[in-house]
Design a binder for this molecule. Structure first.
Ligand SMILES: N[C@@H](CCC(=O)N[C@@H](CS)C(=O)NCC(=O)O)C(=O)O
Length: 297
């Protein structure tokens, strides 16, 4: 997004985001409505107002955009009711107690808003915050967590090492659980399906260990509260529960993955999850139909 502004030595400067209607004042990561550039022309410096103290990361000279402040709170999510990526965003918004408008997308006939908001991948989810789109589910989760730091539980831990661990497992879930699960479900050949199955089962065993280590005996990956890994994996809960009906095998069992099994029950039973997690029978029926049509799910 282009920034419009004028920097004159010793003057106050307010920047606005050109494409936003109405124009929004840009204030780094902070929520204040205005900020000041002190401008020795060669080395312009952003002075962050004091209201940015909730920001977990230091402000840099490269100002970043947050459209509006905490009081300007317009969130719209484009997603599908069953997609694990959109579901994780809905879970995060619900666990943080944020209200948002939800727009269900038809992936066979994507809305103009989706195509304009995510012109690169044309995929859901897209979160639109005061008119500004954010794409890719993991990036969206981090965005929500940073912008609404003071609202609801923090998803990512404060400690940089623990944050890196959480990001590691989130990436692991995408690469080693979600993708192979898909291969197991829609693989073109038996060999491909078999490979997908093997990889998926290996991933849940690793995630069992991850849960034991990350939770340290507490109920969630995030400890006492639902955190980043919980919502990332949470998007797969209904699919995991539907695995037997869809792929002919139980994914989790009381002998090999007792912690994950208990986690899934606990997580799925919480109110913020219950209101968005799809009904398993509906999901299974829909997924079978789409697989038969070889259509996008
Ligand atoms: N890496 C993306 C994946 C998103 C994704 O694959 N979304 C699917 C729905 S579950 C989609 O929009 N598919 C439409 C398409 O491929 O055209 C994320 O994490 O947001």
């Amino acid at each position: 997004m282009a920034l419009h502004g004028l920097v004159l030595p010793n003057s106050l400067v307010v920047l606005t985001a050109a494409r936003s209607r109405p124009p929004v004042i840009i204030a780094g990561r902070c929520s204040s409505a205005r900020f000041v550039f002190s401008s020795p022309s060669a080395n312009t410096k952003l002075i962050v107002p004091s209201s940015s103290t909730n920001n977990p990361y230091p402000a840099t000279d490269r100002e970043e955009e947050v459209a509006g402040g905490e009081d300007e709170h317009e969130l719209k999510l484009l997603g599908t009711w069953r997609g694990p990526f959109a579901l994780r965003v809905r879970l995060a918004l619900n666990f943080k107690g944020l209200s948002y408008e939800y727009q269900e997308e038809d992936l066979a006939n994507k809305s103009d808003l989706l195509l304009e908001s995510n012109p690169v991948n044309k995929k859901v989810p897209v979160l639109i915050h005061n008119g500004v789109p954010i794409c890719e589910s993991l990036a969206i989760l981090e965005y929500i967590d940073e912008v609404y730091r003071g609202t609801g539980p923090c998803l990512l831990p404060g400690d940089p090492y623990q944050r890196a661990v959480a990001r590691f497992w989130a990436a692991y879930i995408d690469q080693n659980l979600v993708a192979p699960w898909w291969k197991m479900f829609v693989g073109k050949t038996d060999k491909e399906k078999h490979e997908g199955t093997k990889q998926t089962l290996a991933a849940v065993e690793k995630l069992e260990v991850a849960l034991r280590e990350c939770s340290s005996g507490k109920p969630f990956f995030g400890g006492d509260n639902v955190g980043y890994i919980d919502v990332v994996l949470g998007g797969m809960v209904a699919w995991m529960q539907g695995t037997e009906a869809l792929c002919g095998l139980e994914l989790l069992d009381a002998t090999k993955t007792p912690l994950l099994l208990a986690w899934m029950e606990r997580f799925g039973g919480m109110e913020p999850a219950k209101v968005v997690l799809p009904d398993i029978d509906r999901l299974v029926e829909f997924a079978k139909m789409k697989r038969a049509q070889k259509a996008l799910i």
